[in-house]
Design a protein around this ligand. Structure first.
Ligand SMILES: Cc1cc2nc3c(=O)[nH]c(=O)nc-3n(C[C@H](O)[C@H](O)[C@H](O)COP(=O)(O)OP(=O)(O)OC[C@H]3O[C@@H](n4cnc5c(N)ncnc54)[C@H](O)[C@@H]3O)c2cc1C
Length: 395
């Protein structure tokens, strides 16, 4: 039987990043991936905030496009334009990025096993069982980085939070007959029917875009909204759908248990996803670093009891922002289309585009919310009852 210090289940971006850190720290690392090709099929819009550059390597060849701002659209298409002079986000070749991160892990010394679907784990004794020739491997520590539909999460988490709750997401790669897009901007559309999800248009070129959405509905419904959006948008004209993608976005859960015996959870498997945007990469990478530091220490000290520090460090670092985002999201859920239209109208009238441009950040919304409260702007535009709820976010 093959023995490792650490076995990582899932060679997604987060699992590969963790594996790289551990291999660089000198440990014997194995990565088990059920797919035969990393990253395929694509299940991502590939939009990452600028801070990715401080969090994980990102080669220029994998950046399709740099984004300076966004047009935010209300249900009746009232528009807010927010932008900065520097790039705020990057549109990635996400399949290429998953492959790149897996290769970095291999270059650092990790063993990557493709086509190895994990069927079961024994988190007490550190055994992993695969379908491949009924193979078994063992490790001192097992990492569940196996995505939204995590098998390992079933073993680790407390009863009511075994697999992360999730919402559905759909995306089309669309080619338009004529040039339509300013590639410096993405478009985000809010609608009560999708809330707290939203619809996005992320240009890859002047005539090609990833158009997708997430929301608390089934694929059929999301598909219809996307088709409706394409067919009823007067600027689009003729188009062809080159590809359709479907995926799931886990719902962040502050009570989810992430460590049990010799096993810990990372990335989507741990519901480490921003509630407001559904983005999981940057946060997953940050958690991979925390997890690698703590796992290395536990192995050095030969004390797996130390693994629980991962949970507390993760909570200390992210709980406040994530809980605020979740409450903001819940608040948005209560707004009707006409509330949203009214809100956009008033924000524009009161000059909020400037404030949003200055304080808006894809990855952290609390600075913007605080600024809007400070300026009294939210209180002039939202019905009194909602203002009170927002205020309670800071109590
Ligand atoms: C439509 C859509 C758009 C998105 N857009 C963005 C975005 O723009 N920006 C952003 O930051 N995030 C986005 N996300 C979220 C992002 O894709 C995830 O947060 C990210 O992929 C999580 O990485 P991960 O490594 O934790 O999991 P995954 O990427 O899901 O990787 C898990 C890996 O584990 C493997 N695996 C699963 N089970 C087993 C098993 N039993 N045995 C072996 N291997 C297994 C899988 O094959 C997979 O390779 C989007 C998600 C969706 C669905």
């Amino acid at each position: 039987m093959m023995n490792y210090d650490v076995l990582v289940v899932g060679a997604g971006p987060v699992g590969s990043t963790f594996a790289r850190y551990m291999a660089l720290n000198g440990f014997k690392v194995g990565v088990l991936e059920k797919k035969k090709e990393i990253g395929v099929p694509l299940q991502c819009a590939g939009l990452l905030g600028k801070q990715i550059k401080n969090v994980n390597p990102l080669p220029d060849e994998l950046i399709i496009n740099q984004v300076y701002g966004a047009y935010l659209h209300s249900p009746s298409d009232n528009e807010l334009k927010v932008s900065k002079n520097e790039p705020q986000a990057y549109v990635l070749d996400r399949v290429g990025y998953d492959k790149f991160l897996a290769q970095l892990a291999v270059d650092a010394g990790a063993d990557l096993f493709l086509n190895h679907r994990v069927k079961d784990v024994d988190i007490k004794n550190g055994h992993v069982y695969m379908n491949k020739d009924k193979r078994e491997m063992s490790a001192k520590i097992i990492i569940g980085a196996d995505g939204y539909n995590s098998l390992i999460s079933e073993k680790v988490s407390n009863k009511s939070y075994k697999t992360p709750k999730q919402v559905q997401a759909a995306q089309f790669l669309v080619n338009f007959k004529q040039d339509l897009f300013d590639t410096d901007y993405v478009h985000l559309h809010v609608r009560a029917a999708l809330s707290p999800g939203f619809l996005w248009t992320i240009p890859l070129s002047e005539s090609t875009a990833r158009i997708g959405l997430f929301g608390n509905s089934d694929y059929h419904y999301l598909n219809n909204i996307l088709k409706d959006f394409l067919n009823h948008n007067t600027i689009f004209g003729e188009y062809s759908i080159l590809k359709k993608y479907y995926g799931m976005i886990p719902v962040y859960n502050s009570k989810k248990k992430l460590v049990n015996n010799r096993c810990l959870l990372l990335g989507d498997a741990a519901s480490q996803v921003k509630p407001t945007t559904g983005g999981g990469l940057i946060m997953g990478f940050k958690c991979a670093k925390i997890a690698a530091d703590i796992t290395s220490k536990a192995l050095d000290n030969d004390n797996i009891g130390n693994l629980t520090d991962y949970e507390s460090e993760y909570q200390n670092k992210f709980r406040k922002e994530l809980s605020m985002q979740r409450r903001l999201q819940n608040l948005f859920k209560t707004l009707s289309d006409s509330d949203l239209d009214y809100m956009f109208d008033k924000l524009k009238e009161k000059g909020a585009e400037k404030i949003i441009s200055e304080y808006g950040d894809m990855d952290s919304q609390s600075p913007l919310v605080k600024e809007l409260i400070k300026n009294g702007l939210l209180f002039t535009i939202l019905p009194k009852i909602l203002s009170r709820r927002i205020l309670s976010l800071w109590k």
